[in-house]
Design a protein around this ligand. Structure first.
Ligand SMILES: Cc1cc2nc3c(=O)[nH]c(=O)nc-3n(C[C@H](O)[C@H](O)[C@H](O)COP(=O)(O)OP(=O)(O)OC[C@H]3O[C@@H](n4cnc5c(N)ncnc54)[C@H](O)[C@@H]3O)c2cc1C
Ligand code: SF4
Length: 337
């Protein structure tokens, strides 16, 4: 591991000031649990002379619930999210996404902020000697090389998939991401937080120089006659410690109506298929407003990713995504979660 200094601010403004003083230099980076960033530094993918630790800032920790929303601090660990009783009950897909990612050791040190801002796993990006487009080079090595794990849609010169499981679940819940930067704080709908290679091929989110993610907020279901069910399914090569080949977060809000329970609102989001967490809008539109007795989960699954453009080695992901959506909807409809 190359030597670097570790700064330990105690407040959010102090951390932002330290990062901003660097004027966006990639040599000064925020670090939380370190489970992703330290590997990148050790492997020589990222160079950093100064790390600004977010771990000792009390304002970034904790999970709290008010009448209107759930708030998860950026430094809350993945294990805390997976184990939280209200998240397990009301935000089941998020708890399942957290419980099923990486390994127990990584879930104990990895934070939500780090999980959402982790860098892609494309082998060529992760290789220190491969200067691909994402690292400022002039070539995407994956196109003619190994594209097995890459995207089906949304690629543009770069074909990564977003690696975060929690991001997929948070998109289904319409979470809002709060940030703090040198000049302002911002509240960003999660659908606008991640950016595609078309917007900026070198980055995966809209954070500005010196800005950090401070917390994530998720609206709670208003009390009334609506009940919510959600779940997260993940296909992967190994049962533990592995990223998603394809994942799906599915959520339905049910209301009683004369024709039986009806889906008042549906969200279906996918991981492993696009450079950013992907919303399966066609499936959501198909489900919304329907009585559950009218829904054929197999047909709903077939509506997934109509614009898919597989690369040479990843066409298997398309039937996988459609089958996973089919299964998720079938499980939600029978309530077997
Ligand atoms: C073997 C292995 C398997 C894994 N499997 C999965 C998986 O299946 N699913 C999955 O989702 N993830 C998986 N991961 C990734 C893992 O979840 C992340 O490494 C972890 O969540 C990152 O959290 P951290 O706090 O350690 O982040 P760090 O390593 O500290 O930081 C990661 C990145 O985020 C930035 N960052 C951290 N906090 C903030 C903040 N508050 N604001 C702005 N930027 C910030 C850092 O600068 C860095 O670029 C796996 C990792 C490993 C090593
Ligand atoms: S897919 Fe993106 S990260 Fe991977 S080699 Fe191509 S440009 Fe680099």
């Amino acid at each position: 591991m190359p030597p670097c200094q570790l700064l330990t601010p105690q407040t959010i403004p102090e951390a932002v000031a330290l990062l901003s003083a660097a004027d966006g230099s990639e040599n000064v980076l925020p670090i939380a649990g370190g489970s992703d960033l330290l590997s990148e530094i050790k492997e020589g993918v990222v160079r950093s002379e100064t790390l600004v630790s977010l771990a000792s800032i009390p304002g970034l920790h904790g999970i709290t619930v008010s009448g209107e929303e759930l708030r998860i601090g950026a430094a809350a660990t993945i294990a805390e999210i997976a184990d939280h009783p209200i998240i397990r009950e009301e935000f089941t897909a998020l708890a399942q996404a957290a419980a099923g990612l990486a390994t127990p050791q990584i879930r104990n040190v990895g934070t939500l902020g780090g999980n959402l801002n982790q860098r892609p796993r494309c082998w060529y990006y992760r290789h220190p000697l491969t200067n691909c487009l994402k690292k400022g080079g002039d070539h995407c090595f994956a196109i003619a090389g190994n594209s097995k794990y890459l995207c089906l849609t949304g690629g543009d010169r770069c074909y990564i998939v977003h690696p975060s499981d929690t991001a997929v679940a948070l998109l289904a819940f319409n979470a809002v991401i709060d940030t703090a930067g040198p000049n302002a704080t911002r509240s960003i709908p999660i659908g606008d937080y991640f950016i595609t290679p078309s917007a900026d091929i070198t980055r995966e989110n809209c954070l500005r120089p010196g800005e950090i993610l401070t917390q994530v907020r998720i609206p709670r279901l208003a009390s009334g006659n609506t009940t919510r069910r959600s779940l997260y399914l993940k296909a992967r090569e190994r049962e533990a410690g592995d990223f998603a080949l394809v994942s799906v977060a599915a959520l339905i809000d049910l209301q009683d109506s004369p024709g039986g329970p009806t889906i008042a609102h549906a969200a279906v989001t996918l991981g492993g298929v696009a450079p950013i967490p992907h919303r399966a809008s066609e499936v959501e539109d198909h489900l919304t407003g329907q009585p559950i007795s009218a829904i054929d989960p197999s047909h709903a699954g077939s509506l997934t990713l109509p614009d898919a453009r597989p690369l040479t080695q990843n066409a298997y992901k398309l039937p996988m995504a459609r089958n996973l959506v089919h299964r998720a909807i079938a499980q939600l409809l029978i309530g077997s979660i």
